[in-house]
Design a protein around this ligand. Structure first.
Ligand code: COA
Length: 135
């Protein structure tokens, strides 16, 4: 998937937040340890360092949501060879929170007012982790 396509899907999926430009995606794709997992309509951008993996972002175009794409992308990421995975999610993001907690992620920290919405609202960020060494 090209940086332009990643930026297009990201902008469509994150309408309340600042979207990431094609140049930002290009820089991330060129940086070490970063991998994109994609299928038509969606992608996940991940970073894996020394057995610890971070979900940098995951986005499914609204016209393709609720068709299982997000769960497949997440499962493909979790099948990587790693011990622990973590991600950040906005406290008010019900769809993403359901996806992650139903996969086994647990809330391990909260950053108060971390996300600034385009409308000025501040929303907590939750840090979710999963230990994959436990089987
Ligand atoms: C989060 C996101 C990636 C999920 O992708 P998706 O392809 O729509 O997800 P799926 O179709 O695989 O559905 C995953 C689960 O979420 C559930 N879900 C969908 N919308 C929901 C909602 N509003 N509230 C609660 N659960 C919801 C689905 O029912 C499904 O659960 P199930 O398998 O137990 O039935 C997608 O909604 C998205 O791109 N959102 C905008 C960007 C974003 O918020 N990214 C995450 C940032 S941390």
């Amino acid at each position: 998937m090209t940086p332009e396509k990643l930026a297009e899907i990201h902008a469509a999926a994150f309408q309340q937040d600042r979207s990431w430009s094609a140049q930002e995606f290009n820089e991330l794709l060129c940086s070490p340890f970063v991998t994109v997992i994609s299928e038509r309509g969606g992608f996940a951008l991940t970073r894996l360092i020394a057995g610890e993996a971070e979900l940098l972002t995951i986005a499914v175009d609204p016209t393709h949501q609720n068709q299982g794409i997000g769960r497949r992308l997440l499962n493909r990421w979790l099948a990587f060879d790693m011990d622990r995975a973590f991600l950040e999610v906005a406290a008010d993001n019900a769809a993403a929170r359901h996806l992650y907690t139903s996969t086994g992620f647990q809330i391990t920290a909260t950053r108060r007012g971390y996300y600034q919405r385009k409308d000025g609202a501040a929303v907590d960020a939750l840090i979710l982790t999963i230990d994959l060494t436990l089987g």
